[in-house]
Design a protein around this ligand. Structure first.
Ligand SMILES: Cc1ncc(COP(=O)(O)O)c(C=O)c1O
Length: 374
């Protein structure tokens, strides 16, 4: 047993302590006006987020999963339509495609960033391809310009960035979520911008798609009780919007801290027998998780846990090896995704992680790696 208290994997308590006055006041205001569904905070948040990302429209929704689902519904995905995506992601990415009767077409990842390997996308396009859905994993944006160029060459295929982990990241000076037809993010509490429950948002510059997404979010209503299309119950609660508004007050600071902490981790890992995530020079990574690759992972995790350092694995199995999704892979193998799934490991990360805590993580990791069979 460690003599030191265990570190939090993500320190939401410290964040709440720093923002308590604003969060409490924002929540109290909602309790006072009582408009729990589509209250004024919903539009206030959408306006602020659209300005932050630099797009015309933000549509808040009930989760990141719902954001992806509504994007595909707004694009009118039909049964049998193919959507190109990565197998190395959270299940929600492929789940929404399958829920609509679509076919996820997996493309392997780059070994160094764990993002979709753009050089493999074109070969996966068929006459049935209806969209490309890259995932900006761990908080580093995919090569969106290249993906958009491929999409443009193939009949202007829509591109949906699954930016659940990358809100706040930038790419060539532009913000994640504002780089393609749709950007979809999550406000799950552990995400770079989180609420205190479930929430998410869609971003687009396309007026017609924004209108469609707004209607789909409220059961397809274009007016009250006029159901113009089939939709879902996908609104984000006013209370959750109020929480995100309070969190936005120090979000720029939090992003800067995440970049600093990420850079410090990367530097401290130099010389250790681990493989660091490679950061492309034209973008940054907001480190939704601080992830690296290591051999003998479970042994390292056990040793870290004994030293009071929690770890997590994002993700232990690629989707083509998951029972629910294996059928879509049609026997194809994705060796880079499989290799990454066996080695990736995430360390404690949040904007409030102190240097002392970070040193504790690195010290424990150095000891955990010492003398391991490789
Ligand atoms: C890559 C990715 N896509 C989609 C989602 C779904 O977001 P939510 O949990 O808000 O539904 C997540 C959340 O973990 C995610 O990491």
């Amino acid at each position: 047993m460690s003599s030191k208290p265990a570190l939090p994997f993500i320190d939401l308590k410290a964040q709440y302590a720093a923002l308590k006055t604003s969060v409490d006041a924002r929540i109290q205001r909602v309790l006072d006006h009582g408009q729990y569904i589509m209250g004024p905070e919903v539009k206030e948040l959408e306006d602020q987020l659209a300005a932050f990302v630099g797009v015309r429209h933000c549509i808040t929704v009930s989760s990141g999963t719902e954001a992806l689902l509504i994007a595909l519904m707004a694009l009118d995905l039909k049964p049998g339509d193919e959507v190109i995506t990565t197998p190395f992601t959270f299940a929600a990415t492929a789940e929404v495609i399958v829920l609509l009767g679509g076919v996820p077409v997996f493309v392997d990842i780059e070994p160094d960033t764990c993002n979709i390997d753009v050089s493999l996308i074109e070969a996966a396009i068929t006459p049935r391809t209806r969209a490309i859905m890259p995932v900006s994993l761990y908080g580093q944006v995919c090569d969106m310009d290249e993906i958009n160029a491929i999409a443009a060459r193939h009949g202007n295929l829509p591109v949906i960035e699954d930016a659940a982990q990358s809100f706040g990241a930038s790419y060539k000076g532009r913000k994640s979520c504002g780089l393609s037809t749709f950007g979809a993010t999550s406000f799950f509490p552990s995400k770079p911008l989180g609420c205190y429950g479930d929430g998410g948002a869609l971003f687009t510059d396309d007026d017609a798609l924004a209108q469609a997404a707004r209607e789909i979010r409220v059961h397809g209503q274009s007016q009250r009780y006029t159901h113009t299309r089939v939709g879902v119950g996908g609104r984000m609660d006013t209370l959750q919007c109020a929480v995100v508004l309070a969190k936005l007050e120090r979000f720029e600071w939090e992003i800067a801290r995440r970049l600093e902490i990420g850079a410090r981790y990367q530097a401290l890992l130099d010389g250790l027998p681990v493989q660091k995530l490679v950061l492309r020079p034209d973008r940054n990574c907001v480190w939704a998780q601080f992830t690296l690759s290591v051999e003998a992972r479970s042994q390292v995790q056990e040793r870290l846990s004994a030293a009071g350092v929690p770890t997590a694995v994002h993700y232990p199995k690629p989707l083509h090896q998951q029972p629910a999704y294996a059928q879509w892979a049609q026997g194809h193998r994705f060796p880079q995704a499989e290799r990454a799934a066996q080695r990736v490991m995430s360390l404690p990360m949040s904007a409030d992680l102190s240097e002392v805590q970070q040193d504790q993580v690195i010290q424990a990791l150095t000891q955990a790696l010492d003398g391991l069979e490789r």
